[in-house]
Write a protein that binds this ligand. Structure first.
Ligand code: TEU
Ligand code: CA
Length: 540
């Protein structure tokens, strides 16, 4: 069990992400909630994870599923009460599980008290909490676009001003240049620290130093100054885990963000790998080869070794399901889900598992009326307006849409997959009759038990945490193989990331070694079967 008082405990931890709206409903309103999560703690404990990152559960009009916060110090009634949150923190901790809150500090909801005050007049004390530019209707301050479509500026007639928003118009950006804003946020973070959370995930945190006049969003001029202050005023020196979401991070920046002196965050989510198979416009596909993916992973493994810390993930609530994306969600679904799991969990860093990944849950190519995310719905309409045939637009959306990850958790083969006794807020993937937690738990060969084993191995062998990284056969188009060396051990991962058999010879040092883990039974000499994965360990 993790000792949360130990410095850098998160280097040994595996973190599980929960999208609360879709995890488990407890009261039949069709929406997942905190008591629902509470009722599944034993399942998570069985999997073996050390911490849960909850996507936002704070008061919110839910325009962007909680990433539009209207009160940072209250739980949204749809999810439960402050008391439910305290119970969850306590009960999770009793099982050795910490809770990470998701902090959305770049913007608030337009229904937050600060923004409603800000709109009352230019001399309101909250006015300068947001970013305003004078203007007249129809003449935008500049041509910046918002992430979910449309301009990044919205006009407020009563003020004769535009406010800036990188996301939906209902998500106005906070003005971090105003010290009063920063102090309000720090105070709120200390409130949650006092409630006993184990850490925080920080939404789009590399965008808080923005400079809209120069059209800079990520990595703005004052970003590092703000992040150092944020750290000093809150978790600095306190053994919490912090992970910043940083789409704009390259390796040098990630070294700063995850500096071993703890002056910023424990680690960041960077997205270099997860952007390799599409153009800058994520709806436009781009061919990705395995050598490219491996080279990118290797650069980050080596680039942060000893001077930073990686987060490891294939999935989250913004990405399509990995088994559909880079695996096989048809006949070889189970094997490919295991292969992807092994490939990731052998690396150095803190692994994240997104709810349902441990079951090999798949994408959800639903008809338009069953989609829920404003990003995909807006993008669909933009494509159709530009003249794309409806069927093509829908197909483009399906590939990368965030809704793929947001379908209700599949617990059983019963009504609504055991997610709710009512009508789910979003359609359950019809494949729940085959893919669900109950059947995974009953099958010793399920994806679930591969994840369970990987988590246990990370805790049993220090090389998982400490070892360095050497990529083997970089040009191989099918096999991802690497060595990790450290703590007096050497680990070999050999994974066939393709649906065809692949020749693979064990390095000499491992000849005759029994595998530590093998996803398809006894290894065959000289070959990896389709989507087969093996780990080997030797003492040095
Ligand atoms: O995501 C940041 C972000 O940049 C993504 O929305 C990204 O633009 C999109 O997924 C890829 O096209 C964070 C949250 O994870 C996301 O859920 C929120 O919608 C967003 O911030 C705004 O808070
Ligand atoms: Ca509910």
């Amino acid at each position: 069990m993790i000792n949360f008082n130990k410095k850098d405990w998160w280097k040994e931890a595996v973190i599980y992400q929960i999208y609360p709206k879709s995890f488990q409903d407890s009261n039949g309103d069709g929406i997942g909630d905190l008591p629902g999560i509470l009722s599944r703690l034993d399942y998570l404990h069985k999997l073996g994870v050390d911490a849960l990152w909850l996507s936002p559960v704070l008061a919110s009009p839910q325009v962007d599923n909680g990433y539009d916060v209207s009160d940072y110090q209250d739980i949204d009634p749809m999810f439960g009460t402050m008391e439910d949150m305290r119970t969850l923190i306590r009960e999770a901790r009793a099982r050795g599980i910490g809770i990470l809150m998701d902090l959305v500090l770049n913007h608030t909801s337009d229904q937050h008290r600060w923004f409603r005050e800000a709109c009352k007049g230019r001399d309101n004390p909250c006015h300068d909490y947001y970013i305003w530019r004078d203007g007249v209707p129809g003449a935008l301050p500049n041509e910046m676009r918002a992430a979910f479509g449309g301009p990044a500026w919205t006009y407020v007639p009563a003020l004769g001003q535009y406010y800036f928003h990188q996301f939906a118009p209902q998500q106005p950006d906070l003005n971090w240049a105003n010290p009063a804003v920063r102090q309000e946020l720090y105070k709120m973070i200390r409130f949650w620290m006092d409630e006993g959370v184990a850490g925080f995930r920080l939404d789009v945190i590399d965008q808080v130093g923005k400079d809209p006049d120069r059209q800079i969003t990520a990595n703005g001029p004052r970003l590092m100054e703000f992040l150092h202050e944020l750290n000093r005023e809150t978790w600095g020196g306190k053994n919490l885990v912090t992970v910043g979401e940083a789409w704009g991070a390259d390796i040098p920046r990630a070294r700063q963000y995850s500096a071993p002196d703890g002056s910023v965050f424990s680690m960041v989510f960077q997205f270099e790998q997860m952007c390799l198979d599409h153009e800058a416009d994520k709806w436009v596909p781009k061919a990705m080869t395995l050598p490219e993916l491996k080279a990118s992973i290797a650069r980050w493994q080596q680039g942060l070794h000893g001077c930073g810390w990686n987060s490891l993930f294939w999935d989250n609530h913004d990405l399509p399901r990995i088994v559909s994306r880079w695996g096989d969600d048809g006949e070889l679904r189970v094997d490919s889900a295991k292969a992807l799991a092994v490939a990731l969990h052998g690396l150095q860093g803190t692994p994240y598992i997104y709810q349902g990944e441990e079951l090999g849950m798949t994408n959800a190519p639903y008809p338009l009326e069953e989609l829920r995310d404003l990003e995909s719905i807006n993008a669909y309409h933009e494509m159709v307006e530009k003249g794309m045939p409806e069927a093509d637009a829908l197909a483009a959306i399906h590939r990368m849409m965030r809704d793929n990850a947001r379908t209700p958790m599949q617990w059983t083969d019963g009504p609504h997959a055991g997610f709710t006794s009512g009508t789910p807020w979003m359609m359950v993937n019809p494949n729940y009759t085959q893919i669900n937690a109950a059947s995974a738990l009953a099958d010793p060969d399920s994806v679930f038990y591969t994840y369970q084993k990987l988590i246990a191995l990370r805790k049993a062998h220090p090389v998982f945490v400490e070892g360095d990284f050497t990529l083997l056969c970089p040009e191989d188009e099918q096999v991802f193989a690497y060595l990790r060396r450290g703590a007096g051990q050497e680990l070999l991962a050999a994974v066939n990331l393709s649906g065809r058999s692949a020749p693979f010879a064990l390095p000499e040092a491992f000849a005759g070694c029994e595998p530590l883990l093998a996803t398809q039974g006894a290894p065959q000499a000289g070959v990896l079967r389709p989507w087969e994965a093996q780990l080997y360990l030797r003492e040095l």
